[in-house]
Design a protein. Sequence first.
Length: 240
Amino acid sequence: MTRFDRGIIMKYKIVADSSCNIVSGEDGTFASVPMKIVAEKEYVDDAHLDVAQMVEDLKQYKGKSGSSCPNVGEWLEAFGDADEVFGITISKHLSGSYNAARHAADTYMAEHPERKVFIFDSLATGPEMMMLAQKIRQCKDAGDDFETTKEKVLDYHNHLHTLFCLESMNNLARNGRVNIAVAKIAGILGIRVAGEAKGGQVAPVHKPRGLRKTTQMLVDMVKERGFRDGGYIRVAHCFA
């Protein structure tokens, strides 16, 4: 996608790591760089990943699992030849993706001094990243220049909140973030974890029991954070 700036055709691109849950854009203005899940084997989070099979494999796997972020070269490749690049990453407190993207941005601008790159740290993941990408697209479609787009999106970001619910703590236990015994007991009792992204960190808020109570609790949390009718919500689901 291009726009005109003082008579010059400008090409922009939105690039996000795959925790954004968007794989690609039809018009070439969006690219995804894949995160990777590392367990008994490596799973690349791209359009070819069989998520259901990966989840089943991880359930059967008894060892530790983890993740790795896109490297600098993968970010650079995704930037392509755009004049303006807007990168979006999962929270820098959860992954090295932001640092890799920043290094890629510095390299890109050093090689192409006339081009511009800004990397947004979502301080969250998933839907919040999707909403940032959508806002960037809206700004560019409206004809906003690079700096105006950046400032509008930063302001918009201040009003976003990410809430989450986990039906199982098994993966947290496997990553060493939750005691294995606690995860097993929670599963037996039907205890969920409801929380939010706060300052870029995962912050558990409530531990409801059962789907109905959990759903109502999420609705209440949304209202407590100032959501009103006419606002915008994105919901993402994952395999348990």
